[in-house]
Design a protein around this ligand. Sequence first.
Ligand SMILES: [Zn+2]
Length: 413
Amino acid sequence: MLIKQVVIENAAKRQDVRVTNGKFVAIADSLTPIADEQVIDATGKLMLPPFVDPHVHLDATLTAGQPEWNESGTLFDGIRIWGERKQTLSHEDVKKRAIQALKLQAAHGLQFVRSHVDVTDPDLVALKALLEVREEAKPWMTLQLVAFPQEGILSFPNGKELMTQAAEMGVDALGAIPHFEFTREYSVDSLHFVFDLAKKYHLLVDAHTDEIDDPASRGLETLATLALETGLKERVTASHTTAMGSYNDAYVSKLMRLLKMADINFVANPLINMYLGGRFDTYPKRRGLTRVKELDQEGLNVAFGEDDIQDPWYPMGNGNMMDVLHMGLHATQIMGYTEIMNSYRFITKQGARTMQVIDNYGIEVGKSANFLIFNADNWYNTLNERAELLYSVHEGHILVETEPANTQVHLPK
Ligand SMILES: [Zn+2]
C-alpha cells in the first residue's frame, strides 16, 4: 500500500508512506508505485497515529435508560439505577454491549482502548465476558483490562480475594479506589495491597484516584510514593485525580516534586469530570478536573479518556475522542493556537504511553502500520470541523473508509 502526499502530524511538507506486510517500510518525499500496489491519493490530508482511549468502562456501557434514565444526573441516582440494571447482567449481555461500544470507538479511529471492569462481584460476570471480548477484538483493537474494585478493596466483602482472582485470570492492570474506601487507613492499605499484587503478577497499575472534589482526598501522594519506591513508575497511572483541582497551591508545589520523581501517568476524563464534578457546590462552582495544564507543563504524561459511553452516570458519548478533547481543551483552558495544533497528543501518543504500548506506536519506519487520515490539512481544522475520518488503517488493513459528504448550501450571495 502506498499513501501519497500526506501531512504527517505537524510536518511542514507532504510525504509518501509505504506499507508492506503490516509495517511502515518507507517514508519519503516521493515514492514510485510498484506493480499491483494499492495507492491512496491523500494529497494534503492529515495523517496521525491512531486514537487511544486509556479509560473507559465497557461493562456498563450502552445501558443508559435501562431500566430508567438518570433524570437528576447525580452520581447517587446513577448508582441506584446501575444497582437495578446490574441484577440483569449476564455474560452475553456484557459481551454484546462491549463489542458494540468498541465498534463505535473503532469507527471513530480508536485502535487502543483500556477498559476498567468492576470486580466487586462474587461471580466476576463482567470480567469473564470482557476477557473473551479482548481476544475476539484482537485483530482490530488492542484492549487492556483493569480489575476495578468499584466498591473498594478493604471496604467490600472478599475484596482482596476478588482482586487476586482477577489477577490470576489475566487482567492487564490492577485498579483501586482509595477515595472510596471507608477510612484513610483502608485507602493507604488498599494501595499497598495493589502494588504487592502488581509486582507478584507483573501487572500495570491504574487506580481511580481522588475522584472527588474533597481537597482532603490524598490518595495520589500514596500512589506516587509507591510507584517511586517499587520502581513501577511509568507502569502506574493515576486516573481522574480531580481532588487536585481543589488542593491548595502550597501543597501542590510540594506534591509536584514527588510526582516528577515518580514519573507516573495521569488520565483526565473531561466529559465526565465536567458533568459530575462540582455537584455539591453552589457558586462559585468548581470544574471538577485535575490540573491538566500544570501537570503537562511540568513534563508529566497526561492523556484524556472517555470514561462513560451512555450509561447511568453519563447519558451521552459516541466513541469519538474529538469530543473528549474538545471539552478537555475548553475546561482546562489549553486553547492557544499552538496548543490546539499540538493537542492531538492527549488522545494519541500520551494515551499510548499510559497504556505502555508506545514502543510500537507512531508513524515511523519499522513500526506497525497503524494510522488515521482525516479530511482536513491540519489538526486545528480537523478538530474544529470534526473532519471526516477518511481512513483508519490497522497493521496495513483498512478498518474504516469514508466517502466525503457533498453538501450543497443554497443561500443568497
Ligand atoms: Zn472511570
